[in-house]
Design a protein around this ligand. Structure first.
Ligand code: HEC
Length: 148
């Protein structure tokens, strides 16, 4: 019985993989949350704060430090997004982050990453202008979270 349940959850993961945000559904006894992927809601593209809350905080945490409720279920811990500038000589790596959001994390090609490819998801929600607006407002919000 338990086996059938697991198989069904895996199917959901695969079907929804391109268009997904994690929703933390239940705590297992070991304290590792069960993460269910669901279709990403169409949150207004002009608010970086709202999009970050809906699309990123489950993994990266509301404060960006990488300790969101879904983080313990990840194979690789979500990156601490507050030190991206600090680790890049004090300059926020806009182009690099934009590429990761559009095309996915470089780690994904090795099959080890949980970071979704947002470009594909955003293009389903709107045209290129809206996708650009989403990415740019998300980047503005991430820049506002940087430690000095
Ligand atoms: C399902 C969990 C999950 C969600 C949701 C998620 N991320 Fe990630 N993210 C990760 C993990 C895990 C990594 C680290 C591994 C990797 O880079 O692939 C990561 C890495 C990153 C990196 C790379 C940092 C670097 O340069 O090393 C950026 C930038 C990032 N995420 C931004 C975002 C933004 C913005 C959102 C929301 C639009 C988001 N992430 C949503 C899990 C997630």
């Amino acid at each position: 019985m338990a086996y059938i349940k697991v198989a069904r959850v895996l199917c959901l993961l695969i079907v929804a993989a391109l268009l997904s945000v994690p929703v933390v559904s239940a705590q297992t006894p070991a304290g590792v949350p069960t993460v269910k992927r669901t279709v990403a809601p169409n949150v207004r593209p002009d608010s970086g704060v709202e999009m970050y809350k809906a699309y990123c905080a489950a993994c990266h945490g509301a404060d960006g430090k990488g300790h969101g409720p879904a983080a313990p279920a990840m194979k690789v811990m979500p990156t601490d997004l507050t030190v991206l500038a600090k680790n890049n000589g004090g300059k926020f790596p806009v182009k690099n982050v934009e590429d990761i959001l559009r095309f996915g994390s470089p780690l994904a090609s090795h099959g080890s990453a949980d970071m979704p490819t947002w470009g594909a998801t955003f293009r389903v929600m709107g045209d290129e202008a809206i996708t650009k607006m989403r990415i740019s407002n998300l980047i503005d919000h991430m820049e506002s979270l940087q430690v000095k």
